[in-house]
Ligand binder design. Structure first.
Ligand code: FES
Length: 138
């Protein structure tokens, strides 16, 4: 093996090692989602595009946040991407939880992990209802 071939083989070996280490890390529960920061937006609940939030159990995703109506005039909001590998979450009113369809992680109303493989909690946001205007803030 000449010098050039040696370096080529070494480079390939290192690349394989790096990839393997990355996969092993993710099998342990890598976190690839990013929660939005400095959130501040308002939803007009009288608008047709937000009508789903007028029903208990209804939810929508916007600005990287999932907003759910959990009771009459009561709303919660957390980041919409799973902390495991970033899949998009849904709200399950009957189970009182956020659910990730990708690998089955679940989160409480406040975003705490209630079932893995996710290990990190969701970032939650403050919701303030004023008439029909629902403000969501960090
Ligand atoms: S992406 Fe794996 S549990 Fe959500």
């Amino acid at each position: 093996m000449d010098r050039k071939e040696f370096f080529r083989q070494s480079f390939i070996g290192l690349a394989v090692l790096g990839t393997t280490a990355g996969i092993a890390q993710c099998l342990g529960g890598c976190s690839s989602s990013t929660a939005p920061a400095n959130v501040d937006f308002t939803l007009d609940l009288s608008a047709s595009e937000n009508a789903v939030l007028r029903t208990v159990g209804g939810f929508l995703r916007t600005n990287g946040v999932i907003v759910a109506c959990v009771a009459q005039d009561t709303y919660i909001a957390v980041q919409s991407s799973c902390t495991h590998e970033g899949a998009t979450l849904s709200w399950q009113q009957n189970n009182n939880r956020f659910h990730c369809p990708e690998h089955g992680a679940t989160f409480s109303r406040s975003g705490a992990v209630t079932n893995g493989p996710a290990r990190d909690k969701l970032v939650s946001y403050t919701t303030t209802l004023n008439g029909t205007m629902l403000r969501v803030t960090s």
